[in-house]
Design a protein. Structure first.
Lengths: 241, 324
């Protein structure tokens, strides 16, 4: 059943990372990396449907969020699939890269350390120039492409410094079954302590699900079966079919 | 009970007297002190600093003796002749007269995100970015509940962006990530409407109830009415929009481009141009083409003086654009 919804009853599931959680002892966070799922043939129908899945944002002042977007409606034709950049230290939306054949060729693989789904590796890090950089790992040359930089010295206070790795829907009522299975794995954050700087699993976080695609967590029916499985290695997968 | 408008004007008179101005006239009746020169001389449109000396702080005073702490959202009480400026980091609202006298209206706001002036009720409406609540701020900085966007619609990290109020007191707010336009009627009822990823900036200048919103993702300025959503202008220049205002005399929207340190103009006819700013992050006054901004954020058009007021967030100043 596809229902055009006139109000935005959003849904979310995933990890919320507490500020100061780089290694559990409050060291300053300077980078975040994750393997993000992509769907090869996502197709949504109905009036307005917007899925961020996954979408990641580092804690402790990171200006950037990287979203894997699928949406239809909003004046567009068909389903738009793209990686979108948000800059909370500027005016929000900061650009998008279409998930087309070129994107898949450069960035998408089934990685041996991934979750078995086609994924791209995204990193957000604060550089020596004090700008927050968004990087995508380019398999053609084995290097990270620097796709966006925030303003120098900027710090975000969005959600009081919390970070996230989540699945998020907007509208989508009655269309949850058409949403592609998607998730994230290998989430790590990096601290700046010179004595032990390294990649860590976030030391403080909580998980949750909420909204119309999640049983018991939403306010609008119908609900769909959800397989939501946060795991100790900081991965999650959502299947609303 | 005095209204916010009454209090602000009374304070303005006090400041003028204390500064030796001896002003007997109501400041709201005085013209903005611009466009001086030899009669017959064409004065070019200019950008000048109304208040703030560039240092970060919360010192009240006149003109460049005052300091601001990363001012963002800005709104104007056209009748009272007072600008209201939000400083989210300091959780304060500052009041600025057209002559540049700066005072603190209120402090201790909870996670403030944006403000607008409700002409109908002569009070300010301020958003809370953490809870998606809206509060009314009246005289003396008194807060009262105004509305709450339901948690079911404003799931975090939904952040309410620019807000505006129409003549009836209905408030419109954009939610950037969610791609929504929220409409909040005075009774508190909230409805949402899809705009698209990157909904940003909102004005409600139209007598027919139309609301204008920027869809950053599409680089489009859209007119939203009960009947339809129509794109009236489209350009990459619109994508970094932070906030916008409307000049009905010229049927032109003016938008802040925080990222690129510029002011953008978009006409009802669909023309989009760089209106002011070199693009360099600096606090340089001068002609539209020569002036520089440093992360311009809020913008408000003052119909009574024909000036634009801009909050320069990283420059810690309030700028005005006159003579255009």
């Amino acid at each position: 059943m596809n229902t055009v919804n006139t109000a935005d009853y959003g849904g979310q599931a995933g990890y919320i990372l507490n500020p100061g959680s780089a290694n559990g002892v409050g060291d300053v966070f300077v980078a975040m990396v994750a393997l993000n799922d992509v769907s090869m043939n996502a197709s949504q129908t109905g009036g307005y449907n917007l899925l961020y899945g996954p979408t990641t944002h580092g804690p402790n002042g990171n200006c950037l969020e990287l979203s894997t977007d699928y949406y239809n409606g909003y004046g567009s034709t068909g389903t738009i699939s793209q990686v979108q950049i948000w800059d909370f230290c500027a005016s929000g939306w900061a650009g998008a890269i279409p998930m087309d054949a070129s994107f898949f060729d450069k960035y998408v693989r089934v990685y041996s350390n991934g979750n078995g789904m086609p994924q791209y590796i995204a990193e957000m890090a604060e550089g020596p120039d004090t700008k927050w950089h968004a990087y995508l790992f380019n398999n053609d040359n084995g290097l990270y492409d620097d796709i966006y930089q925030s303003s120098a010295g900027a710090v975000s206070s969005v959600l009081n410094g919390e970070g996230w790795s989540i699945f998020e829907t907007h509208y989508s009522v009655g269309t949850c079954s058409t949403i592609p299975t998607t998730g994230e794995s290998g989430l790590r954050i990096h601290d700046s302590n010179t004595s032990h700087a390294d990649w860590y699993y976030p030391g403080a976080y909580y998980t949750y699900s909420y909204g119309d695609c999640f049983p018991g967590g939403g306010v609008v029916s119908p609900y769909y079966t959800v397989n939501y499985a946060p795991s100790p290695d900081m991965s999650w997968l959502v299947n609303t079919n | 009970m005095m209204s916010l408008r009454t209090v602000a004007m009374a304070f303005t008179l006090t400041v003028l007297t204390a500064c030796g101005g001896g002003g007997a006239a109501s400041p709201s009746a005085q013209p903005t002190p611009v466009a001086t020169g030899t009669p017959g001389t064409v004065i070019p449109a200019t950008v000048q600093t109304l208040a703030g000396n560039g240092s970060a702080g919360n010192t009240n005073g006149s003109g460049r003796s005052a300091t601001f702490a990363a001012p963002t959202s800005i709104a104007i009480d056209v009748v009272g002749g007072v600008l209201y400026v939000l400083e989210p980091g300091a959780t304060e609202i500052r009041a600025v007269t057209r002559q540049g006298a700066v005072t603190t209206l209120a402090g201790g706001l909870s996670s403030p995100g944006s403000l607008t002036f409700d002409q109908n009720n002569a009070s300010l409406i301020v958003t809370n970015t953490a809870t998606s609540a809206l509060v009314r701020v009246t005289e003396g900085g008194v807060f009262s509940g105004y509305a709450q966007v339901p948690a079911s619609q404003a799931i975090p990290p939904t952040v309410l962006g620019q807000i505006t109020a129409d003549a009836s007191g209905t408030v419109y707010a954009t939610a950037n990530r969610a791609g929504d336009l929220f409409t909040i009627v005075p009774a508190g009822t909230v409805s949402s409407q899809a705009v698209g990823p990157g909904a940003q900036g909102v004005v409600a200048p139209s007598a027919d109830g139309s609301v204008y919103v920027v869809n950053q993702g599409a680089g489009a300025l859209q007119r939203i009415s009960a009947a339809a959503t129509t794109t009236i202008a489209s350009s990459p220049l619109l994508q970094p929009t932070q906030s916008m205002t409307f000049d009905p005399a010229d049927s032109t929207f003016y938008l802040t481009d925080t990222r690129d340190n510029r002011i953008i103009a978009a006409t009802m006819g669909g023309q989009v141009t760089v209106f002011a700013g070199t693009g360099t992050a600096a606090e340089t006054d001068g002609t539209l083409a020569m002036a520089s901004f440093n992360a311009p954020s809020g913008i408000a058009y003052d119909a009574s003086s024909g000036a634009l007021f801009v909050s320069d967030t990283n420059g810690n100043t309030i700028r005005e654009i006159v003579g255009f």
